[in-house]
Design a protein. Structure first.
Length: 141
């Protein structure tokens, strides 16, 4: 049931005869993987820096981390190729931040950092798989 809600697959998933239907379902699944990782990263940022707040910087760090995640949300949700291209580079800042905070003194902060690293890697690899479909193949001369 959960898979059907996120990926819109029918309950009786069989191999159809139409090859275009398979490609559209593959594209849809590859679109949802980075989309879900992006939304989970927004939720993780809210929980980590607003509720848990290990650094005690108030809301400044939350705004610095959350605004770049919220600006491209419209393009992420609509599946725009250009948005996925530049977000694949933007996500590396969150990966670096997660790696640096992985060596924090507090154990809970290390778990949040590990979750951030995993989500950024899922988004980056899912983004590459989604964008690979749109790459123009040139003939070798």
């Amino acid at each position: 049931m959960i898979i059907r809600l996120f990926f819109r697959l029918p309950f009786n998933f069989r191999q159809p005869e139409n090859r275009f239907w398979i490609m559209s379902q593959t594209r849809l699944i590859l679109l949802h993987i980075p989309r879900i990782a992006w939304l989970l990263l927004i939720i993780l940022t809210l929980v980590w820096d607003w509720i848990y707040a290990p650094l005690g910087t108030g809301y400044i760090l939350l705004l610095i981390k959350l605004v770049p995640l919220l600006l491209p949300i419209r393009g992420i949700l609509s599946g725009k190729i250009y948005t996925y291209q530049y977000c694949s580079m933007l996500i590396m800042a969150y990966f670096i931040e997660g790696v640096m905070r992985l060596w924090d003194i507090q154990a809970a902060s290390r778990w949040f950092a590990a979750m951030e690293i995993v989500l950024t890697l899922i988004f980056f690899s899912g983004c590459l798989c989604y964008l690979k479909q749109f790459k123009i193949k040139k003939d070798k001369i």
